[in-house]
Design a binder for this molecule. Structure first.
Ligand code: BDR
Ligand code: CA
Length: 330
């Protein structure tokens, strides 16, 4: 079965790795890509996203510009991680194509309403890989569109650790209110949610030697792009390998067996002196006496990824993005 998917991205080095996989894997039908400000400004995100899709030979996929900033706070970009242009400063030729005329949230609404009107196999799996601003706006503005969703698989949060702060993962930290709205709305609207967070994010890795082989293919195609993104990440973190990052969430849709998840209640910390933006993942055994807890169980129960078969997902990504059959196409 080919699964219809939409990626919501803040491209972003590892969002680019996710786009390379989603645009090229035969089990996925990438219907559109919506953009949100996060790692870089939304205009750079649109440009970076178009660059990746064009390089993959998929300029047909609509790309829409979405929220410029979080719901409450000013944007806080991560160019120190992703480069001045937000995507590794590769000097790649940028296609001169305008984005879809609709706002990202309108494009999502239209695609989801269309999917809701068709048979259930056409429901869309939505993969938010950046701050959840667009998705929160969608769910609050047009909650009926949720009927077109099969599932939300988002990269964000963590049960254990943070990266933007000691407590909070970047995507949730960047727009905590949006993340809280998405979890709450999904629970209300009956949309299943899987959380691909930092507990697994760093565990799917490709070595620098492999990255160099991909770069050597040349031709400014998807294989060279994949290699250059990995090389950039290795250099940035002075490491001999790099995570495929957000691309792991795409792997989770293609190959759910590679991931261990548990259904757990999740809340987003919206205040907190040191912990704003943290996902509070409740791993308590509710069989015990928890009557003293004033908060009770969170209404949003999420499939939280706790372990991943990193080698399996790295192979899936490589064989799709840069496998021998793909290399032969260059
Ligand atoms: C997330 O933040 C961004 O830097 C990455 O693209 C990823 O989505 C990891 O915290
Ligand atoms: Ca991202």
């Amino acid at each position: 079965m080919v699964r219809p998917v939409v990626l919501d991205v803040d491209t972003g080095v590892d969002d680019a790795m996710a786009l390379l996989l989603a645009a090229r894997h035969p089990a996925l039908d990438l219907r559109a890509v919506t953009c949100v400000g996060g790692n870089a400004s939304v205009d750079d995100v649109v440009s970076n996203t178009a660059l990746v899709l064009h390089t993959c030979g998929r300029p047909d996929i609509p790309v829409a510009r979405g929220a410029e900033r979080p719901l409450l706070e000013p944007p806080q970009e991560a160019r120190h991680v992703h480069g001045r242009d937000g995507m590794a400063d590769l000097g790649w030729v940028r296609p001169d194509v305008p984005p879809d005329p609709r706002h990202a949230v309108e494009l999502l609404r239209d695609l989801l309403r269309e999917a809701a009107a068709r048979d259930p196999s056409q429901r869309i799996t939505l993969l938010p890989l950046g701050p959840l601003t667009n998705i929160a706006l969608l769910m609050r503005t047009w909650p009926d569109a949720a009927a077109g969703l099969a599932e939300i698989v988002f990269m964000g949060g963590a049960a254990q650790t943070g990266n933007a702060t000691a407590s909070a993962e970047f995507n949730v930290w960047h727009d905590p209110e949006a993340a809280a709205i998405v979890l709450e709305s999904a629970a209300e609207l009956g949309v299943p949610v899987r959380m691909y967070g930092l507990d697994v994010f760093y565990d799917v890795r490709v070595g620098l030697d492999r990255a160099r082989e991909l770069v050597a293919v040349g031709g400014r195609g998807p294989v060279e792009l994949a290699g250059r993104l990995l090389e950039f990440s290795c250099a940035r973190f002075q490491a001999a390998d790099a995570t495929i990052g957000d691309a792991g969430a795409v792997c989770a849709v293609i190959d759910p067996e590679g991931l261990s998840t548990r259904r757990l209640p999740v809340r987003v910390e919206l205040t907190g002196t040191w912990s704003r933006g943290r996902t509070v993942v409740d791993r308590r055994d509710w069989a015990g006496d928890l009557s003293h807890d004033p908060h009770g169980v969170a209404p949003a129960v999420v499939e939280v990824a706790l372990e991943v078969d990193g080698g399996r997902y790295a192979d899936l990504w490589l064989s799709t993005v840069a496998g021998e059959h793909r290399v032969a196409e260059q």
